[in-house]
Design a protein around this ligand. Structure first.
Ligand code: CAA
Length: 289
């Protein structure tokens, strides 16, 4: 109840008590049961989503994933938000899809109902998403982190795709994104044995970009989000689209996409402002136009 109420407080549902000026931007937004949602950063321009199902190690039940999607949708529409951080708890970022929810599912239900198809939202958000991972990021939890654009890990984080031990295989991009991130041999080893890798191994393999002390990783992720949010949101989206093109396209197609987007920046006020500010030796004032 306390956790639920914290979630509700932070999204400031009608009827709940909250301090003056706190999270008023969410006053008509949805209420959440499984996640905490707020703004972070000095300019309150980083959207912050914390998975909050600690007793189940943030197992990604259907309701939790639906709420993440709702929170992402509202941050995506919010012109003030320039980046989003997703985090979990100290023991677990997320221990995977909810096995208890899946236990009795049939093939017909999975196939007919396109099971897990709504998990993809994280990877389609235009704004940059940073995962701050402490503890277990297993199965769907590892996949959720890999759907984000940047992964920061706490020193004790562990990444793994243990689905094989349950008699199944990763179903939310694990075999694809992990292989692209760490290469075939390590991905095969993780997927076929279910073995986990440490934060340090994940960093060495290129799965995460930075490793921080456990109590620093969330703040560092928010600081990274603030740094991104200071840039033009329009141009940031273009840069993200171009980098993502590298995962979908051939080199020549990817370079063509990049060039088109690069040319497109010349149609924006922010490109002109950025270069003019440089020449005039002042800080750029981006207007996201
Ligand atoms: N689903 C549902 N419940 C889970 C869960 C999961 N993925 N992971 C942990 N829990 C629950 C446990 O059942 C337990 O609940 P109870 O107290 O009600 O029994 C609680 O969380 C605490 O877990 P443990 O007692 O097991 O904690 P531990 O510290 O001993 O072990 C762990 C931690 C190694 C992460 C272990 O919980 C574990 O192996 N979890 C499952 C990991 C896994 O297999 N993930 C892949 C899921 S399949 C998937 O994700 C498919 C996909 O591609 C989308």
């Amino acid at each position: 109840m306390a956790a639920l109420c914290r979630g509700v407080l932070r999204v400031a549902v009608h009827g709940c008590r909250y301090g003056p000026g706190m999270f008023r931007e969410f006053s008509s937004g949805p209420s959440y049961q499984y996640i905490l949602v707020e703004r972070r950063g000095q300019s309150q321009n980083v959207g912050f989503i914390q998975l909050n199902r600690p007793k189940a190690l943030n197992a990604l039940c259907d309701g939790l994933m639906t709420e993440i999607n709702q929170a992402l949708d509202s941050f995506e529409l919010d012109p003030q938000i320039g980046a989003i951080v997703i985090t979990g708890g100290e023991k677990a970022f997320a221990a995977g899809a909810d096995i208890k929810e899946m236990q009795n599912r049939t093939f017909q239900e999975c196939y007919g109902g396109s099971f897990l198809s709504h998990w993809n939202r994280v990877s389609t958000v235009k704004k940059p998403v940073i995962a701050a991972v402490n503890g277990f990021a297993l199965g769907g939890g590892c996949e959720l982190a890999m759907m984000c654009d940047i992964i920061y890990a706490g020193e004790k984080a562990q990444f793994g795709q243990p689905e094989i031990l349950l008699g199944t295989i990763p179903g939310a991009g694990g075999t694809q994104r992990l292989t692209r991130a760490v290469g075939k041999s390590m991905a095969m080893e993780m997927v076929l044995t279910g073995d986990r890798i440490s934060a340090q191994e994940a960093k060495a393999a290129g799965l995460v970009s930075k490793v921080y002390p456990v109590d620093k990783v969330v703040d560092e992720a928010v600081t990274c989000g603030e740094k991104i949010a200071k840039n033009s949101k329009l141009i940031v989206s273009m840069a993200k689209e171009a980098v993502n093109g590298a995962f979908e396209l051939s080199l020549s197609e990817g370079n063509r996409l990049e060039k088109r987007l690069f040319h497109s920046t010349f149609a924006t006020d922010d490109r002109k402002e950025g270069m003019t500010a440089f020449v005039e030796k002042r800080k750029a004032n981006f207007v996201d136009q």
